[in-house]
Design a protein around this ligand. Structure first.
Ligand code: FEO
Length: 385
């Protein structure tokens, strides 16, 4: 697929994998984007997931026919983009791999390739004829070897996972519809929160590094190619990586027999009655990445958990641990939940939130056994938010 005379899209859509990285659900699929820069020399930028070898190689052939690939540029080594390096080498044995020193060791470790690797350094350029590629290191976005490739003549940035999104791109690879950004915003935020969320600092460093480039086309490894809404995409990543959030509540809960759930729904109603935007997540019914997305979106996190094994109900603990692992900053926090004979979950959640530096709203509310409105004053709790 032509993005321009020189830049071609050769990625694939994956509607079959149910869990990305074997953990994040994919209700709308995902794409593994790969690109060709066709000039006097031909450069392929990243590959795709292992199960798409035939389709990927067919896409390349459809763009360049019998021409050879001179360079395989490796921006990132996670196997959803690197698994087909050996396949590319098999079909194009003379192609030189162009990457940085950290990635070179991973190429050997993952794919056993040690020959024909050209190691580039920060700011180095590679001429393809009329156009060139310049390489910038962006370590820890979200692996240590990550780099981006800039084609100044085409004003195109091949950004790796940065600016990526879940949700397959179908046949319309670019953001050609006026609402493409709005359509992808939630899945871009969920992708960021799940995959990149821990690395806000390195993302900020990377944004500063590419901030001076006059980007006219943004080519990430997942989701649409951005040509029209580049500023919106960069602004979203900037905001997420600074852990900035809008006023509102992510209210997530787990419930074994419905008592903590009744409290959660009563609190959500009370919040909505006060005009507070509130997203409710039942963590036993959905992947916790949706709640994680809304932790990045809203400034207040409220968690409901029954006490289980004298601790936090496991699905709720998983979310809270995920929030702590990602070093989310600047959130307001409240906990509630039921217990049967000894209360522990609220106290433990408050301890985790305190350790994360969150502002604790009240002491939290815990109630014994069955839910009744007199045991759980939802209005009073909503007034604290
Ligand atoms: Fe899409 Fe970090 O690989």
């Amino acid at each position: 697929m032509r993005l321009s005379e020189r830049i071609r899209y050769v990625g694939v859509n994956d509607m079959r994998t149910t869990r990305f990285e074997s953990q994040w659900t994919l209700p709308f699929g995902v794409s593994y984007n790969s690109y060709l820069v066709v000039d006097e020399k031909v450069a392929l930028i990243d590959t795709a997931a292992a199960q798409y070898e035939d389709e990927f190689l067919t896409n390349i052939k459809a763009e360049i026919g019998d021409r050879r690939i001179d360079y395989l540029v490796v921006n990132h080594m996670e196997p959803d983009h690197s698994a087909l390096q050996a396949a590319v080498r098999r079909v194009y044995p003379d192609c030189e791999i162009v990457t940085n020193a950290k990635a070179a060791t991973m190429i050997e470790g993952f794919n056993g390739i040690t020959e024909g690797i050209k190691v580039v350094k920060e700011g180095e350029s590679l001429s393809l004829g009329e156009v060139s590629l310049r390489f910038f290191m962006v370590p820890m976005v979200h692996w240590p070897e990550t780099m981006v490739s800039w084609c100044p003549e085409e004003k195109t940035l091949f950004s790796g996972d940065a600016f990526g999104a879940f949700k397959a791109v179908g046949n319309s690879v670019t953001d050609s519809y006026s609402n493409t950004f709005e359509e992808y915003k939630d899945e871009m935020t969920r992708y960021y929160a799940s995959i990149v969320g821990k690395y806000g600092g390195p993302v900020q460093t990377a944004l500063k590094k590419v901030g001076g480039l006059a980007i006219g086309r943004l080519c990430p490894t997942h989701g649409p190619v951005w040509e029209n809404r580049i500023a919106d995409v960069i602004a979203l990543y900037d905001r997420l990586s600074r852990y900035e959030a809008s006023r509102g509540v992510c209210l997530a809960y787990g419930s074994m027999y419905g008592n903590t759930e009744k409290a959660a729904l009563a609190l959500a109603e009370a919040l909505k009655a006060r005009g507070v935007e509130c997203a409710v997540h039942n963590l036993t019914a959905e992947d916790y990445s949706f709640a994680l997305r809304d932790v990045f979106k809203y400034d207040t996190l409220i968690l409901g958990s029954p006490t289980y094994n004298n601790g936090i109900f496991p699905p709720v603990r998983q979310l809270m641990q995920g929030v702590c692992d990602r070093m989310v900053k600047g959130r307001r926090f409240m906990a509630f939940g039921s217990f049967t004979w000894a209360a522990a979950s609220v106290k433990l959640l408050n301890e985790m939130a305190s350790a994360a530096g969150f502002e604790i709203l009240g002491e939290g509310t815990t109630f014994k056994q069955g839910f009744t409105p007199d045991k759980f004053d939802a209005e009073a709790l909503a007034a604290l938010v």
